[in-house]
Design a protein around this ligand. Structure first.
Ligand code: DC
Length: 229
């Protein structure tokens, strides 16, 4: 039997979203990218000029804002549509300003509590591929299959740089690499639910592999019914 809950964790730009979405589609499962929730809170805080260092205000916002994760409502290459209190912020959450501020927001305990609760409720319904940093360790420790997807920092920077250029945002490769390094450092060292491989996760290094190759490896694990507990 196929695993019903699949957790994919890993550092920034390791390919989690691309791989997670493709695997979910093949299996007919829901694809849920949990990073989007932290990005949405960050985006709304910036839009409302709430200082990111004001933990109480950012946490209050996370408790109040309604984030909806829908199937794509516009045919513009998006994997899903994200609404925050009804406003479409699907592309806004990918801005550099959000990239630069999302790690501190996601390190706040109260923000994580609000987001984790919602993620767990969705995950427990099953038939889901959930992607993030703490899915296998905190959100769904009982997941049937856990994968820790990694790639070298250099390769991850190249991938993110290519994405940015394709979106018409010229940016320096060295700057992208620096941003990724900083984000990984904050995500791995925070007190609550840091990025780390679950003891029972399967480590998959995608450095030097193309997207179809990584999808094939994950599907092999799924088909082998690798139940991890
Ligand atoms: O995967 P991403 O780049 O969209 O994630 C954005 C940020 O959100 C990332 O820097 C860390 C945080 N995050 C988290 O703390 N826990 C998750 N489950 C997913 C993302």
């Amino acid at each position: 039997m196929h695993p019903s809950t699949i957790a994919i964790d890993g550092p920034a730009a390791s390919g989690k979203s691309t791989i997670g979405a493709a695997v979910a589609e093949k299996l007919g499962y829901l694809y849920f990218d949990t990073g989007v929730m932290y990005r949405a809170v960050t985006r709304i805080a910036l839009a409302r000029s709430i200082p990111i260092e004001n933990e109480a205000a950012v946490t209050a916002l996370a408790d109040q804002v309604q984030i909806d994760f829908l199937k794509p409502t516009v045919d513009d290459g998006r994997q899903y549509t994200i609404l925050a209190d009804g406003t479409d912020i699907t592309w806004d959450i990918r801005s550099r300003a959000v990239d630069a501020n999302v790690s501190p927001v996601s390190a706040y305990a109260g923000v994580r509590r609000a987001m984790t609760q919602q993620q767990r409720r969705i995950g427990l319904q099953g038939r889901v591929v959930m992607v993030g940093r703490d899915i296998g360790t905190v959100v769904l420790p009982e997941a049937d299959l856990k994968i820790y997807l990694d790639a070298s920092e250099e390769e991850r920077a190249r991938r993110r740089h290519r994405e940015r250029v394709a979106r018409g945002e010229p940016v320096d490769l060295a700057a992208v690499r620096q941003e990724i390094r900083k984000r990984d450092q904050i995500d791995s060292s925070r007190a609550v639910a840091p990025l780390k491989q679950a003891d029972d996760a399967i480590y998959l290094d995608s450095t030097g592999l193309d997207v179809p190759e990584v999808i094939a490896r994950v599907m092999q694990l799924v088909q082998a019914g690798q139940l991890v507990h």
